[in-house]
Design a protein around this ligand. Sequence first.
Ligand code: C2E
Ligand code: MG
Ligand code: MG
Ligand code: MG
Length: 286
Amino acid sequence: SSKNAGSSGFRFYVESLSQKSREEFEIETGLRHALYRGEMFINYQPIIDSSKNRIVGAEALLRWRHSERGLIPPGRFIPVAEKKDMIAGLGEWVLENTCRQIRSWNDMGIRLDFVAVNISVKQLEDREFIEKVRRIVERTGIDPDQLEFEITESISMDNLKNRQGVLNELDKMGIRLALDDFGTGFSSLGNLKKLAVSKLKIDRSFISDINLNEHNTAIVSTIIAIARILGLSVVAEGVETREQLDFLRGESCDMIQGYFFSVPLSKSDFEKFVKLQSSPGSTDII
Ligand code: C2E
Ligand code: MG
Ligand code: MG
Ligand code: MG
């Protein structure tokens, strides 16, 4: 039948692809159904104020549990979603669900200073992005103050400079902007000053061998100094050890994120983590 011919044609096509593009093709196909099949969910990683020793925020991290292949890390599917024009839809879903979560936590009495959502530069290029954000914020009834967008610095600064209009719009709405993976790109101090950014997130790669590598230690201290000079707050991500934490506290790094405190958590585990911290008689998280 024509149906069989179709499927063998399909198989021939798939077999003729290299291993890498075959995997990409499978991810692409799976992504087209993932949302309505309910395979996507969000984890929240606590972000701790290093002097107050309290959870002040969280980063929303997208998770995909594929029906056959299990958990697929964002590092594998986000690049495919970006390349195949699916990131706008996914990103909107993450934003809407994170805003609803902020709202429901507020209603439960868990009021975080901010929850950060990763935004792809492809989303910033979407003409309707600002309107979509505005609608989601209105619909969910959250204070845009509690929302933060993380944009990776590893995309070129030129690209970000071209997006200055969008960044300013977001800033006017009261949404804060953070430069993610800071130190891996090529921002000049001049550009940093011009962008409506209020926070730098030091890339995990610089934190991981703070005590082994003098250069990384110097880079981290310098990024913290730059942040202070420019009046930006600074977060260290990927903090896994007590030594790293002590070093960062010594440098007066404002906020800490990493496995040392907590891995990214499901919504209910996040709630437990917050309640544990604020229960009377509880000791500090660290
Ligand atoms: P990112 O935005 O830099 O997020 C931090 C990543 O570091 C997360 O990986 C987090 O689980 C991981 N991490 C945090 N603390 C530690 C630690 O102490 N040790 C180690 N080894 N890792 C730590 P994850 O969740 O796999 O996400 C990877 C990247 O995927 C993110 O990097 C972000 O660029 C992207 N991503 C995740 N969710 C979204 C999303 O909703 N939209 C977009 N556009 N990108 C997303
Ligand atoms: Mg991030
Ligand atoms: Mg990051
Ligand atoms: Mg990173």
